[in-house]
Design a binder for this molecule. Structure first.
Ligand SMILES: Cc1cc2nc3c(=O)[nH]c(=O)nc-3n(C[C@H](O)[C@H](O)[C@H](O)COP(=O)(O)OP(=O)(O)OC[C@H]3O[C@@H](n4cnc5c(N)ncnc54)[C@H](O)[C@@H]3O)c2cc1C
Length: 519
């Protein structure tokens, strides 16, 4: 394609994308501009050339960058945002690991096969089994790899919904930053270059169609889609797309899930849109499972984003408390079911006018003892405290006697080791005898995109038309689709990001180089 043809195509795609956004009647979180991929005619020079360029600086991108540097490659990481880390740095730091040393210490028997089975069950069998096995196989070794860069875990294992055994290790800081910061430090120590506010705009291919770089906007400000100066980046071995999901892209997510309107807020960082995914699609990548968008069941309508309730619920309420309908004071779902089941149950619970009935999740002081966000939640009045169950009932206008009966029933289930109401696994459960009580209102938020581009076991992006890999194009982390099927289990995104990022890096390192001219 000549330069003028490229520009023409770019303009017509731009028109099309604007029409698309207008057609769904919603506004995307960020820009809708699209540029078509361009062939690098006439051996045009690049402003910057590296062996490997990683786009995105979350778990997938930083793991890919560090691994690629360990494989002896010259590596650049670019990210469009003013801070590195994307969703990964604001994440809860909880990683699912099959066969960790802490599990062994605590006598928890787990295996790669069991983790695969749990993820398949949650994914309703829609998972890409090859990639799923690849991820589960390497969680334990990747956790040790992370520890080598200074990542520290809490000294206990948590039981998240849908996992049949406790297998979650959580970064000491209760945040993905506890993993991202050591990875960035390690990357810099290994000579990886990092550029923020640098947005991939469109791919550059050679005559054979191989990806050899991309056009970018540097000094870019994400809230102004076309801002920044145009530069050409060349990658001798290829580009790894670690560009995350599109949870904040209301227009794009509504194309696939029309009910996911702007009434549903998101836990994601503001740059989590589909721009990079669209570029891969323009190149011919096969997008899979784009309609599989996860709602997090542990968030609260009383604060923005992930907030303080999410960690309180995942570490406290769900494994060590119960969740009730405030109208009846009764439980109405298994608090440790997978996310999809819990979110669906919560969203379906509405009053006669169709308005949400926010469930009340609560536990006692013992159950909340590991929730680092408790203090903040109380401070901002998201988490409420009650000295006894009568007070708890009156805080949320619940029938006190029915609530007390539900708690007594629950305690019986714990004692007998069998939840007669919903068959919840009780390995982490406690009897709820003593107050004080801590409670939150819950309502799901858009959290994770199971869909993305289809990749093979080398993390190469596969083309829609041929199912063959697109030369020079790799993808890792949430940008890929299929691993989790219909519903991702908690802690499995860190596992996916780290393992697939490293996998992409190992494979790209083995690829032949192309010679590129630097300006
Ligand atoms: C609040 C929250 C809590 C979570 N907690 C957990 C948890 O405890 N455990 C767990 O397993 N999962 C959790 N998740 C999910 C998990 O954090 C994400 O799935 C994971 O961080 C995705 O990692 P990633 O590297 O694929 O993408 P991200 O971390 O999102 O990184 C993608 C990066 O790519 C950049 N980018 C995108 N497009 C471009 C472009 N065109 N040019 C340049 N840069 C670009 C973005 O700016 C971003 O920085 C949580 C998610 C959220 C939002």
């Amino acid at each position: 394609m000549s330069k003028s043809e490229c520009n023409h195509a770019r303009r017509s795609m731009l028109k099309k994308s604007i029409t698309l956004a207008a057609g769904v009647g919603a506004t995307a979180a960020t820009g809708t501009t699209l540029a078509t991929p361009c062939a690098n005619k006439g051996d045009q020079a690049f402003d910057h050339v590296y062996d490997v360029i990683v786009v995105g600086s979350g778990f997938a991108g930083m793991s890919a960058a560090v691994q690629a540097a360990e494989e002896g490659q010259s590596v650049l990481v670019v990210d469009k945002m003013p801070v590195f880390g994307g969703n990964s740095t604001i994440n809860g730091g909880a990683m699912a690991i099959a066969g960790s040393a802490t599990q062994k210490e605590k006598g928890i028997s787990d295996s790669v096969e069991l983790m695969v089975q749990d993820m398949l069950e949650s994914g309703r069998g829609m998972n890409d089994v090859e990639m799923l096995k690849l991820v589960c196989q390497d969680t334990a070794s990747s956790a040790i790899w992370l520890e080598g860069f200074g990542v520290e875990w809490k000294p206990f294992v948590q039981h998240f919904g849908g996992h049949s055994v406790p297998r979650i290790l959580q970064a000491k800081q209760s945040s993905g930053a506890g993993i991202i910061r050591p990875l960035i430090k390690a990357a810099e120590a290994k000579g990886v270059e990092m550029k923020k506010q640098t947005k991939l705009e469109s791919f550059i291919t050679d005559d054979s169609g191989r990806v050899i770089g991309f056009n970018a906007l540097v000094n870019h400000r994400y809230e102004r889609p076309s801002s920044g100066e145009a530069k050409r980046f060349g990658a001798r071995k290829g580009v790894i797309m670690a560009t995350g999901g599109f949870g904040q892209d209301i227009a794009f997510r509504q194309i696939h899930q029309p009910k996911m309107t702007d009434e549903l807020t998101s836990t994601n960082h503001p740059g989590a849109n589909a721009d990079a995914l669209k570029q891969m699609m323009l190149l011919g990548a096969n997008p899979v499972h784009l309609d599989q968008i996860q709602l997090g069941p542990w968030t609260s309508p009383d604060e923005k984003g992930f907030g303080t309730a999410s960690q309180f619920n995942t570490i406290g309420t769900f494994p060590k408390g119960i969740v009730v309908d405030p109208r009846s004071g009764q439980r109405y779902f298994n608090e440790l079911a997978d996310r999809r089941e819990r979110a669906t149950k919560i969203m379906q619970n509405r009053d006669e006018k169709g308005q949400p009935v926010y469930p009340i999740g609560f536990t006692n002081a013992e159950g909340a003892s590991r929730a680092q966000t408790l203090e903040w939640g109380l401070k901002y009045d998201v988490i409420k405290k009650a000295e006894n169950l009568d007070d708890l009932a009156s805080l949320y206008d619940m029938p006190a006697e029915a609530l007390k009966q539900q708690v007594a029933d629950w305690n019986k289930y714990v004692r007998q080791g069998k939840d007669e109401q919903f068959g919840r696994p009780l390995a982490s459960a406690i009897e709820l005898n003593l107050g004080p009580w801590y409670a939150v209102r819950m309502w799901p938020k858009v959290h994770y995109c199971m869909g993305g581009v289809r990749v093979n076991a080398k993390s190469e992006v596969l083309a829609l038309l041929t199912d063959q890999h697109i030369e020079g194009l790799y993808a890792a982390g949430e940008a890929t689709g299929g691993i989790h099927g219909a519903s991702r289990l908690g802690g499995c995104a860190i596992a996916e990001g780290v393992v697939t990022g490293r996998n992409a890096a190992r494979n790209i390192a083995n690829k032949n180089s192309v010679t590129l001219k630097q300006a």
